[in-house]
Design a protein. Structure first.
Ligand code: DC
Length: 211
């Protein structure tokens, strides 16, 4: 059985939905690295301090229900706004931010039995992962899913605005100099455009159990 699983891919591909279910089925720890970049972004929006100072002393914790704690405060909801999505992508460009979060992510994975999702997990954070997945879907499908998700939460949303936001963030994440979003050479590509969540979960579970 594969013990360390890396899942990368563009925004809205379903990485966290699928990874959470796989983690629950296998009894693994799920680590959402995007939430960590979001926590840094939230902190930087709350203070005038330099990012370098923030990174030096920031405390980020993830619990087993995928809740996110920033300096002891539960910020699980606050980090999910469009403004923080954009700011998370902005702060993730800096080498010193990535260095610190990569260290934390590696520590979190040390015990094994983890599934970690993000942009650079297979390429940088856990290059020796037992299984690497690159999960993607068409831009239209990713925007449609995000649109439905926000609508279900009662938020007033505009499909074209969501699509533009996702496309811009993907471009920024793929074109940055340090640890850009890209498929690791040994990652398995799963295009979920025409797949249900359960089908993607099944594929990953099968890959986990085959040698
Ligand atoms: O996965 P997410 O949408 O919550 O991630 C938010 C941003 O954080 C994403 O646009 C880029 C950054 N990020 C990153 O640079 N590296 C990761 N491993 C995870 C996220």
């Amino acid at each position: 059985m594969k013990k360390i699983i890396a899942v990368d891919g563009p925004a809205g591909a379903g990485k966290s939905t699928v990874s959470k279910i796989v983690a629950a089925k296998l009894g693994y720890t799920y680590i959402d690295t995007g939430a960590m970049y979001r926590a840094v972004a939230l902190k930087s929006s709350q203070t005038c301090e330099d990012l370098i100072m923030i990174i030096d002393k920031i405390n980020i914790e993830l619990d087993d229900k995928a809740q996110v704690f920033l300096d002891g405060v539960n910020v699980t909801k606050e980090i999910r706004t469009p403004e923080i999505s954009k700011l998370a992508s902005d702060v993730s460009k800096f080498g010193f931010v990535r260095k610190r979060l990569t260290e934390l992510q590696r520590q979190m994975a040390e015990r094994g039995a983890v599934i970690m999702d993000g942009r650079d997990i297979g390429t940088q954070v856990l290059p020796n992962a037992d299984l690497k997945i690159f999960l993607t879907a068409s831009l239209d499908e990713r925007a449609r899913r995000r649109f439905e998700e926000l609508k279900a939460k009662g938020q007033s949303v505009d499909f074209d605005a969501i699509k533009t936001e996702i496309a811009l963030r993907d471009k920024q994440d793929s074109e940055r100099e340090i640890a850009p979003l890209k498929q690791a050479e040994d990652a398995i590509l799963i295009d979920s455009t025409n797949l249900q969540v359960e089908e993607v979960v099944e594929k990953i579970l099968t890959l986990c159990s085959t040698d």
